[in-house]
Design a protein around this ligand. Structure first.
Ligand code: ADP
Ligand code: ZN
Ligand code: ZN
Length: 749
């Protein structure tokens, strides 16, 4: 296409702009004042007036007409970009908004780095470097008179003829104001240099360390992946923990980079550790860009732009990294695809794995879902043949994953939650010079505090939940609303002083283990103990040294980490998920148990996994223990089929919440009735269940009610939920009740 003005599309008379509002529609503006160099196109960021505010929006449609009279439309205040945001990014965000029935303006905002939301230029940041000008070189410090600090700054810069970056100057306790003062006097120049090389690196030798020789199963998986590099090719890489999935990713990425393409890797929040990044950076001689919550806004923008321009061949990030634009997408890898953190649980409730599959389909590239414990959705796709099913059943180390040994808690005395046979096993393991992981998925000292005189339990005033007892520091905390209160000196009901902790959390297990095994260190790892930055890394480094020690931890320790010296895992209580009401509870708890068990015996020694339970004859738990996750998953799939639940049906959950119970329930009833009537007249087969109170009805003093839509056909579900959303947006009563729609909900809580 030539760049001459005559080849530009006809100048539109109206621009449909997505602006940051919760409304599900575009706002129309007139073009102006100046036409951007390439003409008006979708994807350009613009500054527009919205009510009394001026906001950054994105042009979505260029049209000839508007439903509003043209003389009532305001002109665009300014166009912020010379060229539009990438088309693939725009496609993905529009797809996301449509699929999740979420306002487009808000979706676009969430998919942009903060600085771009604020209207900063779409350019890699430059590095400022300050250097004496010719005039500055000829000037003596004494000439600056009373400005003593400026004189000292002048002398500092004199010692650095090539100049100093701003950060190096401020590190010496000088301020930016002092720098600009010198610049304004003409003594100092500020040079701007690009922070990143502008060309993608083309190293002659891509690998910085040699690839491993793959075992037979890994080689077979890689060969299938190689065959699908040039098309949409969804694959489930289903390999037991420690089977070398990461090595398969690394060799696949190598092939992708050799073709001049980029790899996007999504990992769970808990998995994006320095160790993971290190593994990728050690292998390749090209930039590996990481997108995680620890970045500053500037770093995030740089990373985003490096991916967008193609300068970064490898992009690794958590959930939201799915929205990173790529110049030359070659593969998307979703590691631990079953992990709950891939689904956003508020606002825009997207699932990054599902978007990864949609995006790969759009680009015509492979997508690899890797896990030891596939989500039932992914397993069903693999069983039906829609996804290639690549199996890795062998561990790279000699020992197969340990089997779960169920041990019955009934009638046994407990110390810190552990029964005598578990304590004996711990003692033997430590005596053999190995490490033990005690897994307990409750942080705090005890799940709650109870009065032994009258049976009172510490409950949160704002939630239908018990408060957790903490000892470090001593207080009661609600893990649902984060409220905290001091420990009561006596029972608030009967004034008895006999208040006792009920059950065990990580702090209590730590305390008991330290008393039982005073000769070894006990490391506790949970959200409380690792609040300080680096604390987790320091403990991990300590553990890796391999001295006999006890690790007490929540799921933070259960996933992803390679703990080569752990040969015994003790699960304090496996029962939480067995009888929970949520339809996915059993699946998630089996995944977690399998991941925890996978920590044992990964290196030189075989491992054991002891699972304490009150229900050692529970059929699901026995199936998991005797035949493993895959067998249980098959059984669960059949149960889901029988119960008409996902993946055999599609769900959308509408949540209503209000400070007044009757208001939430009232609106949900009205919405349900209106929807049922509409479904009947449309002949739409969606079923609408409820309204019913949410499993925890009161949270933070607000009442939660829900309406569940269920369908065998996605298209019908989408049609019905779109109608419901439109109805709710138009409904006057809906303004006092907060409502939200969750397509493909992960939980019905
Ligand atoms: P997963 O991602 O499946 O849990 P990893 O890729 O982390 O497994 O591999 C587990 C361990 O086995 C790692 O220490 C890795 O270096 C090693 N490993 C993987 N593949 C091989 C191989 N083909 N030969 C030797 N060691 C391997
Ligand atoms: Zn009492
Ligand atoms: Zn609470």
């Amino acid at each position: 296409m030539s760049a001459s003005a005559s080849s530009l599309p006809d100048a539109p008379r109206v621009l449909g702009v997505a602006v940051p509002t919760p409304l599900r529609r575009l706002f129309d503006y007139l073009p102006g004042p100046e036409t951007p160099p390439g003409g008006w196109r979708p994807g350009l960021r613009v500054q527009v007036a919205l009510g009394r505010r001026s906001v950054v929006g994105i042009v979505i449609e260029c049209r000839a007409t508007s439903e509003v009279a043209l003389d009532r439309l305001k002109p665009i205040e300014a166009c912020l970009d010379e060229s539009p945001l990438p088309a693939d990014w725009l496609w993905l965000t529009r797809f996301t908004a449509r699929y999740y029935q979420h306002p487009l303006g808000d979706t676009l905002q969430q998919a942009l780095p903060v600085l771009l939301r604020q209207g900063r230029p779409l350019e890699a940041r430059t590095l400022e470097r300050w250097r004496l000008s010719a005039h500055g070189q000829a000037t003596q410090a004494a000439d600056l008179g009373r400005a003593r600090r400026q004189a000292e700054l002048l002398e500092l810069l004199r010692q650095h003829p090539r100049g100093l970056p701003t950060a190096a100057v401020t590190a010496q306790q000088f301020s930016r104001a002092q720098l600009t003062a010198l610049r304004d006097k003409g003594l100092v120049d500020c040079l701007e240099e690009p922070r990143l090389a502008s060309e993608p690196p083309r190293p002659k030798t891509l690998l910085a360390e040699p690839a491993l020789n793959l075992n037979r199963e890994q080689a077979a998986a890689l060969s299938t992946l190689h065959d699908g590099l040039d098309r949409y090719h969804p694959c489930l890489l289903h390999g037991v923990t420690g089977s070398g999935k990461t090595e398969v990713y690394l060799q696949l990425i190598e092939a992708v980079i050799q073709r001049g393409r980029q790899a996007l890797i999504l990992v769970p929040e808990i998995g994006l550790t320095p160790q993971t990044l290190e593994r990728f950076r050690r292998r390749f001689r090209v930039p590996v860009v990481a997108l995680h919550s620890g970045l500053t806004d500037h770093e995030r923008l740089d990373a985003w732009l490096a991916a967008m321009s193609g300068r970064a061949p490898i992009v690794i990030g958590t959930r939201s990294a799915i929205f990173t634009p790529l110049a030359a997408p070659g593969v998307i890898i979703v590691d631990e695809e079953h992990d709950g953190s891939l689904k956003q649980q508020e606002g825009l409730r997207y699932h990054a794995r599902d978007l990864a599959v949609a995006r790969a389909h759009h680009h015509g590239i492979p997508v690899v879902l890797g896990t030891a414990t596939p989500a039932l959705e992914s397993l069903a796709q693999a069983r039906s043949g829609r996804y290639a099913h690549l199996r890795l059943t062998q561990r790279a180390s000699r020992h197969p994953p340990a089997k779960l040994e169920l041990i019955d808690l009934r009638g046994r005395p407990r110390q810190g939650g552990l029964i005598p046979s578990a304590i004996d096993a711990i003692r033997q393991t430590l005596a053999a010079g190995h490490q033990v992981l005690v897994f307990i998925n409750r942080r705090g000292f005890a799940p709650t505090l109870a009065c032994h005189a009258c049976g009172w339990l510490a409950e949160c005033d704002h939630c239908d939940a018990r408060m957790t007892l903490h000892r470090q520091p001593p207080l009661l905390a609600c893990h649902h609303c984060e409220r905290q209160q001091p420990l009561p000196p006596a029972c608030p009901t009967c004034k008895s002083g006999d208040l006792r902790p009920l059950g065990a959390g990580t702090e209590r297990a730590e305390e008991s283990l330290a008393a039982l095994f005073p000769e070894v260190p006990v490391h506790r790892i949970d959200r409380d103990s690792t609040r300080r930055k680096d604390a987790f890394g320091e403990v991990l480094a300590e553990i890796k040294r391999g001295e006999p020690s006890l690790l007490v931890g929540t799921q933070m320790l259960a996933k992803g980490h390679h703990l080569p010296h752990v040969t015994l895992v003790v699960v304090v209580n496996a029962d939480a998920g067995l009888y929970a009401s949520d339809f996915r509870a059993l699946e998630h708890s089996a995944q977690l148990l399998t991941q925890v068990a996978g920590r044992a015996g990964r290196a030189a020694h075989p491992g054991r996994v002891l699972v304490q339970t009150l229900h050692s004859d529970d059929p699901h738990l026995r199936l998991l223990a005797e035949r493993g996750y895959d067998a249980l998953a098959e059984a669960l799939l059949e149960e889901r089929r029988g119960a008409a639940l996902p993946p055999f049906r599609f769900l959308a959950l509408t949540r209503f919440e209000s400070a007044r119970e009757a208001e939430a329930m009232g609106l949900a009833k009205e919405a349900g009735e209106a929807l049922r009537e509409w479904l009947a007249t449309r002949g739409n087969a969606v079923t609408c269940l409820g309204p019913v109170p949410a499993p925890m009805e009161r949270r933070q003093n607000r009442y939660h009610v829900q309406l569940l839509l269920s369908a065998t056909q996605r298209s019908q579900l989408h049609e019905a939920s779109a109608w419901l959303v439109a109805w709710l947006e138009a409904c006057r009563d809906a303004r006092r009740v907060r409502w939200s729609l969750d397509i493909d909900p992960q939980t019905l809580a």
